[in-house]
Structure formats: C-alpha cells, structure tokens
Write a protein that binds this ligand. Structure first.
Ligand code: ACO
Length: 428
C-alpha cells in the first residue's frame, strides 16, 4: 500500500510519497516539493536528510546496529578477512574461494607505484603530514592513468581503477610514513596478505626484516574491517558528491581522504591520543577536563565522544575496546593512556551532561590506543582509517554511478541583501 505524507504550506496541502527501506525506515520523497509548491526543505548538516537510496550498509544508531550488505559487523570482524569484506562491499556478495583468489591476485598485481611518483616524496618536507601526501598522491594517480579521466569508462576500466586504488593505497600510505620518519621506502612483498604487506612496508628496514606478529596482523585485519564503511558519513558523501560531477574515481577518493582528515571525522583518532597525552602530562583531575568539555565558552570537546548517528552506543567501539584489551595483554604493553581512557569513559558515562546528550565513546576513542600498541605513530592514525574506509568509498561511488544519480547540487535559503545599486568608492 502506497503511503503519503501531507505537507501544508501557506494553507495549501501537498501529498508527497513515503519511501520505505528494507528495514522499514521511512523517508518522505520531496523531489517534487519545489515544483509543486515553490518551497524547499532546509536541513543544516543534513541531520535529517537522506541523500540517496543505498544497498551497501545498514546502520541503526538507536539500537547500535551496523551491517555491511546484511552481514553484522560483529560477525565480519570475528570471521572475515579484510579482502573478503572489500569484495563484499564493492560487489554486493561474499566471494567464493575462486573469486577471492582472483580478486586478491588482481590487487597484488598492481601494488607498485610508478617510479616517477617516488620523486614526489622527495619534494615534500620531511615531517609532512602523511594524510596530505596520501590525498595528493591518490589524486595524482589519475595523471598516471589518463584513461581513468574519461567519464564514459567501460566496466573493465572501472574495475582496473578499483584494483589499482586498493593495491596502491597501502604502498602510498607506507611511503608517506617512511617520508615522515626519514627512512628509505620498502617495496611491496606480494607473497604477503594485504595487511601484512602494509605492515612490512611500514616497519621493515634495510638492516632488518620486520617479523609480523600474528596478534598485530589479526588486530589490523579487524580494525580495517570495522572502518570499511559507514553509509552516508561526511567522507562517503564527499566521494559521492565529487563523483557525481563525473570527476574521476581517483580524485573522488582523494576528496574523501581530505574530508576524513578533519578532527570531527576520522581525524578524531589522532585527536583522542593527543588529548589523552595532554591529560596524562597535565596531571589535573579528570573532572577538570570533563568540566572543560561541558563549558560552552571553551572550545575543548571530549574527543572520541559523541556521534551524529549513534545515540546509544557505537557497535564498533564495543568491538575495538575488547580488541584493545586483547592486544595490550597479548603484547604485554602497559599503557597509562588506556587507564586514563577507561576512567574518562566511566566519568563521562555517569555525568548528566553526557547522559542527557547521549554522548558515548565512538570508534575513534579506542582505535588510537590499538594503533599506538601496534607501533603506528599518531600522525598515521587517520591514514589507517583511510586504508580501511577505501572499499566503502569505492562501493558508495560505484553505486552512485550505476544508479545514474544526478550531480549533487543542494539548494539554499538566501539571507543576504536584496538588490541594491553599486556606489562608487568615494561616495561610500
Ligand atoms: N564533548 C562535549 N560535548 C559534546 C561532544 C563532545 N565530544 N559532542 C557533542 N557534544 C555536545 C554539543 O556541544 C551539543 O551540546 P548542546 O546540545 O548543549 O549544544 C550536543 O552534544 C550535540 O552535539 P552536536 O555537535 O550538535 O552533534 P553533531 O551530531 O553535530 O556532532 C560529532 C557529532 C561531530 C561527532 C560531535 O559529537 C563531536 O565533535 N565529537 C568529538 C569529535 C569526534 O570524536 N569525532 C569522531 C566521530 S566518529 C567518526 O567520524 C569516525
């Protein structure tokens, strides 16, 4: 039975269709509202606006549910490999053994980056933030593969770009890190799996091969899976909107990396560790920091707390918290920051301000602690997030292109001056 919503504007009523999703979520289709009534809707920050219909990820923030293509995040984090999850997100179904091995084979084939690209690294200042390098180099890939710039690409060409992106991002990311620490780059080792190859490029030295600890390898696999997609968040929406102009896929993903960099989005994982370090160094009671976070005249916020859509708990944070405990105990690491994080969580969760606003730890609250335990420096945290999020961005972009979605172009309510005449400078 078709459902309608009634909107009354200046005494006149309009009927708008109600769309129902597969999980029974409702949305009012306002596509014709302006044509019918002359009015638009206004929703700053898109807090209540569906930008698209999507079959990639289901998220129920009230009940802490997250599923990729119908599979729960808990089950995927426990049982799947990051490559299986990447295939699932991009192609819609889990791969068979043969499909997985072909997918991994294609990715392994493209892990090298053009030697000319190595010169870019020389031009960056040492200590250049790896996110800046990663975003620029992903965009630069489009100049090495000019065919990718054609908006009327064939399916095979698109697939090749997807393989190249998945294959080359770990190399670019690890080399950005090597630039940061001033070490020579390490080339990909194709006999290793996706995560282990990345760890090897990060931590191998000419004098010493890096021995991959299975605890580290497992934790990285889990972290990449937990970050792989999160429906229409700031960076995925950026990828979709940039891609909707038919800008090439490399550039659309590069735009997503930039959106992710902000401390209100993926950059929060770096900000969390910096905050915990400041709390540790400062030594003031935790209540002082909580009060600072509550003070509207103080710009300080409790990083890693709060989420636009999770208003109960972030299911990823639950899994990561347990994984952080496992990693620290298996690696025998005693990190005072984890104690501070746990105490902070407890104080905040029992505080009226945080309770009233449904502010809970998000995925970034504990991910930084694991990254730190794995030996990954703070400046690389958001890059790690990008590495995990890449298949999600690709899946979101692919869906947008396959659905032939129109160019993203929001409207506005103009609040500036009415028309006025130009006055020459001497008369102003
Ligand atoms: N510390 C203190 N107060 C907070 C926090 C926080 N971390 N987060 C939200 N609030 C307060 C706001 O001041 C506001 O209070 P008010 O109603 O009295 O004005 C209320 O809670 C609602 O917050 P909004 O900013 O309106 O919520 P929004 O959905 O726009 O923002 C966001 C969500 C950006 C995640 C926010 O909670 C935040 O800044 N958190 C810290 C940064 C962070 O951890 N980001 C990572 C998000 S996860 C991710 O992107 C992977």
């Amino acid at each position: 039975m078709e459902e309608f919503a009634e909107v009354k504007i200046s005494g006149k009523s309009y009927e708008l269709p109600v769309i129902t999703g597969t999980e029974d979520e409702k949305g009012i289709d306002i596509t014709k509202l302006r044509a019918l009534s002359g009015a638009i809707t206004l929703d700053s920050g898109f807090k209540n606006t569906g930008a698209t219909k999507s079959a990639v990820t289901y998220l129920d923030g009230e009940n802490g549910i997250l599923r990729y293509r119908g599979y729960s995040i808990e089950e995927l984090a426990e049982k799947a490999s990051f490559m299986e999850v990447s295939y699932l997100l991009i192609n819609g179904e889990l791969p068979t053994t043969a499909q997985l091995s072909e997918f991994e084979g294609e990715i392994t084939n493209h892990t090298l980056i053009h030697e000319d690209m190595k010169r870019f690294f020389e031009a960056y200042p040492s200590k250049a933030h790896p996110m800046g390098i990663v975003a620029s180099l992903l965009c630069s890939l489009s100049t090495f593969y000019p065919d990718s710039q054609n908006p009327n690409r064939t399916e095979e060409e698109i697939e090749l770009t997807i393989f190249r992106l998945l294959a080359k991002l770990p190399t670019i990311a690890a080399w950005a890190y090597k630039n940061f620490v001033g070490h020579p780059v390490v080339y990909p080792k194709n006999e290793l799996n996706y995560g282990d190859n990345f760890l090897n490029m990060m931590f191998s030295l000419p004098s010493e091969d890096y021995k991959i600890d299975p605890v580290v390898s497992d934790a990285l696999n889990k972290l990449l899976i937990l970050h792989a997609d999160h429906e229409q968040n700031c960076s995925a929406s950026t990828v979709r909107i940039v891609g909707s102009s038919h800008a090439n896929l490399y550039s659309s993903i590069s735009a997503g990396v930039i959106a992710l960099w902000g401390p209100l989005h993926g950059g929060a994982n770096q900000a969390v560790i910096e905050m915990l370090e400041s709390i540790h160094a400062d030594g003031s009671p935790l209540e002082d920091w909580i009060n600072k976070a509550k003070d509207k005249n103080d710009p300080f916020r409790l990083m890693g707390f709060g989420h636009r859509v999770y208003k109960n708990f972030d299911p990823r944070a639950k899994i990561i918290k347990k994984a952080a405990d496992d990693v620290l105990s298996k690696l025998g690491i005693n990190d005072p920051l984890i104690d501070i994080a746990k105490q902070l969580e407890e104080v905040a969760l029992n505080d009226e301000y945080f309770k009233a606003r449904n502010l809970y730890p998000n995925v970034d609250f504990y991910s930084g602690i694991i990254y730190k335990a794995l030996g990954i420096p703070t400046e690389m945290f958001t890059v790690m997030f990008a590495l995990g999020r890449l298949p999600g961005w690709i899946a979101q972009w692919k869906e947008m292109i396959e659905n032939k979605e129109p160019i993203g172009r929001p409207r506005q309510i103009y609040t500036g001056e009415n028309e006025r005449s130009f006055v020459t400078a001497e008369k102003r």
